[in-house]
Write a protein that binds this ligand. Structure first.
Ligand SMILES: [Zn+2]
Ligand SMILES: [Zn+2]
Length: 94
């Protein structure tokens, strides 16, 4: 049986695991400003769970859950696994 890993081709890193993050995390890859890094529960099959920034974390806490509205506000974006790792390292800096 196939695993559920999806792949995308990144212009920088080539074929990589497809990962989902909020648009603010994507911004950090451009301006390198840390915005915090929160992730959905890690699962053994996926070391790169969906992730979002401090602002989105606050928004979801206020809303009580992820729903169509909060997801739209977060602007969930697809990035490659290597970009994800970079974003994670950048966003965890103070
Ligand atoms: Zn965000
Ligand atoms: Zn990449």
């Amino acid at each position: 049986m196939d695993d559920n890993t999806k792949y995308i081709t990144c212009s920088t890193h080539g074929r990589q695991q497809a990962t989902y993050v909020c648009q603010h995390i994507v911004e950090t890859l451009k301006d390198r400003k840390p915005r915090g890094f929160w992730s959905s529960e890690e699962n053994p099959g996926n070391p790169r769970p969906d992730s979002w920034c401090n602002k989105c974390e606050e928004m979801v806490n206020a809303a009580g859950e992820w729903n169509d509205e909060t997801e739209a506000e977060a602007g969930v974006s697809l990035i490659c696994g290597a970009c994800y790792d970079n974003a994670k390292a950048l966003n965890r800096k103070n």
